[in-house]
Design a protein around this ligand. Structure first.
Ligand code: DP6
Length: 350
């Protein structure tokens, strides 16, 4: 028997992934870019045991056993990692070297988040990234993160970006087999330590429309989506430039515009998808007011929203205290927490 435990962090996109060109391989319709948050505060932790004696693969999520046979995406990750391990085992066998046939053993997977799963805080991203990273450790696979990101992508698209710290792009790729659709690091977590993220949990209710279902409805019904796909390539380039130059003005504006456009295509989906609520919109107005109050007219904070009402606010460190006070004053029901991006640690090994 062999057992390995690893953790993986949450990432929050500043250029959003929304739409698949291939739903089986999880190939996106546009590039995306995210910031990986500190895993000291938000992470998924996965333990996997492989044993000859187990009667079959089993899965526990946050302490509750789930029917693993229904989890096709998890199977994709098992299939891909077992295939790479099998090739290593075959090679060793051909060379007459002893090797444990781990690829043939059933596995028991135990995964938990240290934050509410239903809160829409990218739990699938950290969860599937932790799964793939732990499988890679279990099977002693080469730890080329971009390579592993192609496997994590087949678990959940956004998971591929959680294999890196710092600023991470998911390149959509062109190939039909997905071989060039992978995550790459744009800048490491040490690059911009003054940038911080504040996660405001507006509601921890489970979202009405899942990202998986919502994005395909958008692709099928939203005429505005074609416009978005024309805009994203330019935004990706501008965002990378802003990050490398630590230009918060551009980073902030691009982040807010991309979040707004993503929610616009949700509204343009038929029937429409509403992820934002009155509190989310109130926080957006507050951030715009706050930016307007800036003496030099510069952007001091930027919001972004995923497939749910919870706000993530990016801002330079020196503005954070003021922002937290404003949120607490105007939205006393919002459970805002202070997450430091710069304390992000590397993925934990066994
Ligand atoms: C709005 O990665 O959850 O958070 O690939 O179907 O699992 P699947 O979708 P998922 O979608 C995330 C959408 C988003 C934007 C983003 O993280 O880029």
């Amino acid at each position: 028997m062999k057992t390995v435990t690893c953790t993986a962090p949450v990432n929050i996109a500043v250029i959003k992934y929304w739409g698949k060109r291939d739903t089986q391989l999880i190939l996106p319709t546009n590039d995306s870019l995210s910031v990986t948050l500190s895993q000291d505060i938000l992470h998924s932790k996965t333990t996997i045991s492989a044993a000859k004696e187990y009667s079959g693969d089993r899965l526990w999520l946050n302490g509750k056993e789930e029917d693993i046979t229904k989890n096709k995406r998890m199977h994709n990750c098992f299939r891909e990692t077992r295939a790479i391990r099998k090739a290593v085992e075959d090679k060793a066998a051909a060379a007459g070297q002893p090797i444990e046939l781990l690829s043939t053993y059933p596995v028991h997977v135990c995964s938990e988040n240290n934050f509410p799963t239903a809160a829409g805080l990218a739990s699938s991203a950290s969860g599937l990234a932790a799964l793939v990273f732990t499988l890679a450790k279990l099977f002693d696979l080469p730890s080329d993160m971009s390579e592993l990101s192609r496997i994590a992508r087949q678990g959940s698209g956004s998971a591929c970006r959680s294999l890196f710290g710092g600023f991470v792009a998911w390149e959509m790729g062109k190939e039909a087999d997905g071989s060039d659709s992978k995550a790459v690091q744009v800048a490491p977590e040490t690059h911009w330590p003054e940038l911080e993220a504040l996660v405001c949990v507006v509601s921890d209710a489970k979202k009405g429309t899942s990202s998986t279902e919502g994005m395909q409805n958008t692709i099928q019904t939203s005429p505005l989506m074609a416009e978005r796909l024309k805009v994203v390539p330019g935004r990706m380039e501008a965002m990378k430039k802003a990050i490398l130059a630590k230009d918060f003005e551009s980073f902030g504006e691009l982040t807010m515009r991309d979040s707004n456009q993503f929610h616009a295509v949700c509204l343009d989906t038929f029937p429409p998808i509403f992820y934002l609520n009155d509190t989310s919109r109130g926080i957006m107005r507050l951030i715009h007011e706050y930016n307007r109050s800036s003496p030099d007219g510069k952007i001091k904070a930027a919001y972004t929203y995923d497939a749910g009402p919870n706000a993530v606010i990016y801002a330079p460190k020196q503005n954070m205290r003021e922002i937290i006070q404003l949120i607490a004053h105007y939205f006393p029901g919002t459970d805002s927490d202070y997450y430091f991006k710069d304390t992000y640690g590397v993925l934990g090994g066994a």
